[in-house]
Design a binder for this molecule. Structure first.
Ligand code: ARG
Length: 593
């Protein structure tokens, strides 16, 4: 498990020890996987849960053990020596309870403080992943659904990157399809100087989209021209290609404004990129017997699905599904991704189920459960609701402009901050830039955290009042908690870098030990959040961390106590881990409050 100096999570390290024990007891079964879990009872910190399963497996074959408890006893007895475990005890049907050595926990934390938080990066069994996220559609509005995808996708990418996975952050922009016919003809008709002035002239791209759609619906001759325009565009006619490019460019600039604000980095490979690959990919699927004729279209029937996946429309055109099949082929064969993750609303689950099933039938993805890679996952998420419980919209029942949403979060935060600083007479200590940066960090952080803290599958209600509350489970509360810890350290007047090198961390008080234990569980929490694609797991950890810290800080005096050095180290470790959580959640920490 040693991997570039990393030891893996505590669970992984314990698993290694228990694997050693199992190998000694059952030499004829070399691949027994240790089942290690955090202990929920008070008898230990972790537990090993293999005994029952093993006993029921060997019951008939061997008389060496009379019950699961004796299997547990044997597992515990044959553990290789290590400084990780203080003691073990066997409970009931063979659960091996594990008490970690407080000394080891403390050393582990000190080691992280000296070598940096990367020492606590989880070790995953995958090296290359594609995360397909954000993916708005050209000329249409980028809505709150795309915002969710952007936030969730960025966090998952960050967690995978932290775990040393090479991540391709893919923006699968909707930049191809029949809607471009009407857009281009509308551009030609109404903006004759589009090549020079396009951007200023078009102005509002969403209005532009709506206007061309109205004409398309109302005027049959326009509709006909639009349909021909699609053919000319796809045939590569220069004027049409250029107009298409122009429209994409304008959209892209708008999208980038949102990405810049959110600090999200993406690499665009839009639908058009995969277009040239479609014929070859469909030919392969056809040769393999997957594609059938149905109602004039070419389709793939999927077992258990009421409707087939249409891959060539009746008019001979390709669609969303044909593009996704080509993109999957490309990601597997050219980019050699082992894990491909798609982030969209749950409404698209059926589409992805069908695409993945087709890929399995084609032999692109393994069928057997024992073969783990390559694998694909659709990360679905629920709706964003307004306070009325309906789909989130602005007053005019228009879709919410994301940039305006971000602006509002920031300005509300700034007003709140200024008011508070005025009240406690500290406003004069702040530069304008500091105010701006803090308002941005807190405002955008609040939006991200409000989204990520819920299980992604549930709908969540967008409420500025809730997300900007400085009490409760919000980014505001957590960012302030972190800043407060930093100020404890600052006010101690001690040089924390010096203490990291020369000081010693001792977990004497019960609340110190609880905090220490929570800190060293960081790696396995990130691992779980990655493996199950659930960012809320990390949010929960972060919130608990701040609660556990508060308990410690209430019962243990830090500055001026006999244990000051050790406790400052514990404060610093908490701040470092909180910062890493913020970083993984795409939130910028603040240091001054
Ligand atoms: N453009 C799509 C939408 O707005 C999302 C694309 C998701 N990615 C994919 N490979 N299909 O709904």
């Amino acid at each position: 498990l040693e991997c570039g100096g990393r030891t893996g999570s505590v669970k992984q390290q314990l698993a290694k020890l228990f694997e050693g024990s199992l190998k000694v007891i059952f030499p004829e079964e070399p691949n027994m996987e240790p089942l290690i879990a955090v202990c929920t009872a008070k008898f230990g910190d972790y537990q090993c849960n293999n005994a029952m399963g093993i006993f029921s497996k060997i019951k008939g074959k061997s008389t060496a053990f009379k019950n699961p408890n004796s299997v547990g006893q044997a597992i515990s007895r044959h553990l290789p020596p290590s400084n990780i475990i203080e003691s073990t005890s066997v409970a009931g049907p063979g659960f091996v309870n594990i008490v970690l050595s407080s000394k080891w926990v403390a050393q582990n934390i000190q080691n992280m403080l000296l070598n940096g938080i990367d020492a606590w990066a989880p070790i995953l069994s995958v090296e290359r992943a594609v995360v397909d996220f954000s993916s708005p559609n050209i000329a249409k509005e980028m809505h709150v659904g795309h915002l969710r995808s952007t936030i969730i996708g960025d966090t998952l990418s960050r967690m995978l990157e932290f775990s040393n996975v090479k991540v391709f952050r893919r923006n699968h922009v909707g930049d191809w399809g029949t809607q471009f016919g009407m857009l281009i003809e509308h551009l030609f008709d109404n903006f004759p100087n589009w090549e020079d002035t396009g951007e200023q002239a078009i102005g509002d791209l969403q209005e532009f989209y709506k206007a061309s759609k109205r004409r398309f619906d109302d005027d049959p001759s326009f509709m006909q021209r639009a349909q021909q325009a699609v053919v000319r565009l796809q045939g590569g006619e220069a004027r049409y290609r250029n107009a298409w490019k122009k429209i994409c460019e304008i959209s892209r600039k708008e999208f980038d404004l949102v990405y810049q604000r959110l600090g999200v980095h993406l690499e665009e490979k839009g639908e058009s990129f995969y277009n040239p690959y479609i014929p070859k990919v469909l030919e392969e699927l056809s040769t393999k017997g997957l594609i059938e004729e149905s109602d004039g279209a070419r389709v793939i029937f999927i077992q258990g699905q009421p409707i087939p996946l249409i891959v060539v429309k009746r008019d001979g055109g390709y669609n969303y599904a044909s593009t996704d099949l080509a993109a999957l082929w490309y990601r597997l064969n050219v980019e050699k991704a082992e894990w491909i993750i798609y982030i969209t609303d749950v409404g698209q689950s059926q589409h992805f189920d069908m695409v993945f099933s087709a890929a399995r039938r084609a032999g692109w993805l393994p069928d057997a459960k024992s073969i783990l890679y390559p694998k694909t996952n659709h990360v679905g998420f629920g709706l964003v609701l307004g306070s009325d419980g309906k789909r989130f919209r602005t007053r005019s029942s228009e879709v919410v402009r994301l940039v305006e949403l971000l602006d509002e979060a920031k300005s509300r935060c700034k007003a709140e901050l200024v008011k508070r600083l005025e009240d406690n007479g500290k406003l004069k200590d702040w530069t304008d830039e500091e105010l701006e940066n803090t308002a941005e960090a807190v405002g955008y952080g609040a939006i991200k955290y409000a989204d990520l803290k819920n299980n992604r599958l549930t709908n969540y209600t967008f409420s500025f009042d809730q997300m900007l509350n400085d009490k409760g489970n919000t980014a505001v509360y957590l960012l302030y908690a972190h800043a407060r810890i930093c100020s404890i350290i600052r006010k101690s007047g001690k040089d924390i870098e010096e203490i990291k090198k020369s000081g010693k961390l001792v977990l004497g008080h019960a609340d110190e030990r609880v905090l220490g234990l929570h800190l060293i569980q960081f790696a396995e929490v990130v691992e779980e959040a990655c493996t199950n694609l659930l960012p809320n797991v990390l949010c929960e950890y972060l919130y608990n961390l701040s609660e556990i810290f508060t308990r410690f800080y209430t019962s243990c005096q830090v500055v001026g106590s006999a244990e000051e050095t050790s406790r400052l180290l514990l404060c610093e470790a908490t701040a470092v881990v909180m910062r890493k959580c913020f970083h993984l959640l795409g939130i910028t920490p603040v240091y001054k409050i």
